[in-house]
Design a protein around this ligand. Structure first.
Ligand SMILES: CC(C)(COP(=O)(O)OP(=O)(O)OC[C@H]1O[C@@H](n2cnc3c(N)ncnc32)[C@H](O)[C@@H]1OP(=O)(O)O)[C@@H](O)C(=O)NCCC(=O)NCCS
Length: 377
């Protein structure tokens, strides 16, 4: 707690929270309400931090964020802090902004408005924490909790799948795994993990095989590095479809030029438990089924799995992005109940009256009866 002298000093300042609410909930500094400048190092140290280095880091962070945002506002990055904040009076809700993700919400001018928004902000924070907690769960717990085992096997008697083997009936198994498992990021090299690179390469080649042309034709283009970076995102989860007693037919091996690839993989879906705007969503990043195995119900089954996970984890909706030129996939998604989402990009009007059509769209499907109420600014 600050001393009386420091409190007087604080009155010249307003609280400023750096957007680190997930990690610490404590990254707070003050900015002067008129000048918007951060306080001296000594003031920061005397209020919150004993440690020189920590206080210095905090100030640096605040200064650069202030520059970025050209702000004179009071911002609360960690709304939890409000409960222990020495400035918790009605006037301190004036001109307070909450920074959560990239969303800014203006607090009300009166205490009751401020309090109402504070409660909504706390709810938003708890939704955010939920995402973090789900992503921190070890994959074995996550699977046990949110994916029934019967969904991990796919029973199908389609001729296409059966034709992959003459002997025992082939079995389609679907494993849920993390990006670090797929890419062997946490593993020490060992005999067991030596074959790991085959899996990410196989998934990568499959994406390239099915979607390279769409990327190439789009404004964003195709970039190996960028795609791999996205695939390696630590929160990315994979549902990998494997054929246990069968093999990709020869005709399929054209996309798997490299004989080192894993030929038991016949498709996959990748997704992330995340937030879009104000809502908790399961975001489907990729879905690709190898040519030979399309129209066997595998895509439908993968969607059933991911939507089950979305519902079981309490996500508001399931979302995805699709290139507009991929009319087949767009129709397929529509037939699964996906509709254009409100955040899908709209055509951009140019000065001459011409408009630029976005080359992709964002589709979504609501998973819960009622989403949470949005905070109105
Ligand atoms: C889109 C894709 C994932 C679909 O997977 P799939 O395993 O072939 O699809 P399924 O066999 O599960 O689909 C079966 C259902 O879709 C229906 N369907 C098939 N083609 C369809 C189409 N063009 N439009 C609408 N419905 C279609 C089938 O009639 C069937 O309907 P039902 O569930 O009512 O019986 C697959 O075609 C694919 O990998 N495409 C290439 C990669 C790609 O474009 N991915 C999307 C990137 S955004």
């Amino acid at each position: 707690m600050a001393s009386a002298a420091t409190e007087r000093e604080i009155n010249k300042w307003r609280l400023w929270g750096v957007n680190r609410l997930l990690e610490t909930n404590t990254s707070l500094v003050l900015v002067h309400e008129k000048t918007g400048k951060p306080p001296t190092l000594d003031l920061v140290k005397s209020i919150y931090y004993k440690d020189d280095e920590e206080a210095e880091n905090l100030l640096e962070e605040a200064k650069s964020s202030l520059r970025d945002m050209d702000m004179k506002w009071v911002i609360l990055g960690a709304c939890d802090f409000l409960t222990s904040c020495p400035l918790r009076t009605s006037k301190d809700y004036d001109n307070v902004l909450l920074r959560r993700s990239d969303v800014f919400r203006t607090f009300g001018k009166t205490e009751s408005q401020g309090m109402k928004l504070y409660i909504e902000a706390s709810e938003a924070l708890s939704r955010f924490r939920k995402i973090r907690d789900l992503n921190n769960l070890p994959i074995s717990h996550f699977t046990k909790e949110y994916l029934p085992t019967d969904l991990m096997e796919y029973q199908s008697s389609t001729r296409k799948i059966e034709s992959t083997t003459k002997d025992s009936p082939p079995m389609v198994q679907i494993d849920m795994t993390t990006s670090s498992d797929v890419f062997g990021l946490d593993n020490e090299p060992s005999n067991e993990t030596r074959s790991a690179p085959r899996i990410p390469q196989t998934l990568f080649e499959l994406i390239k095989h099915t979607s390279y042309k769409d990327y190439k034709a789009s404004r964003q283009g195709w970039d190996d590095e960028h795609k791999l970076e996205e695939m390696e995102d630590e929160d990315m989860r994979y549902l990998v479809v494997k054929l246990s007693n069968g093999r990709l037919p020869e005709t399929e091996k054209q996309w798997t030029k490299d004989s080192e690839l894993d030929h038991s993989i016949i498709g996959f879906l990748s997704f992330m438990i995340t937030q879009e705007e104000d809502e908790n969503v399961v975001y489907i990043y990729e879905i690709h089924i190898s040519d030979h195995f399309r129209d066997c119900g595998l895509g439908r089954h993968l969607f059933k799995m991911v939507e089950h996970i979305g519902k079981a984890t309490g996500m508001d909706k399931s979302m995805l992005t699709v290139f507009k030129r991929n009319t087949y996939a767009r129709q397929w998604y529509t037939s699964r109940g996906y509709e254009e989402d409100e955040i899908s990009p709209r055509p951009r009007k140019l000065r001459g009256g011409r408009s630029i059509e976005p080359d992709y769209e964002i589709l979504s499907k609501r998973l819960q009866e009622q989403g949470h109420k949005k905070v109105k600014s």
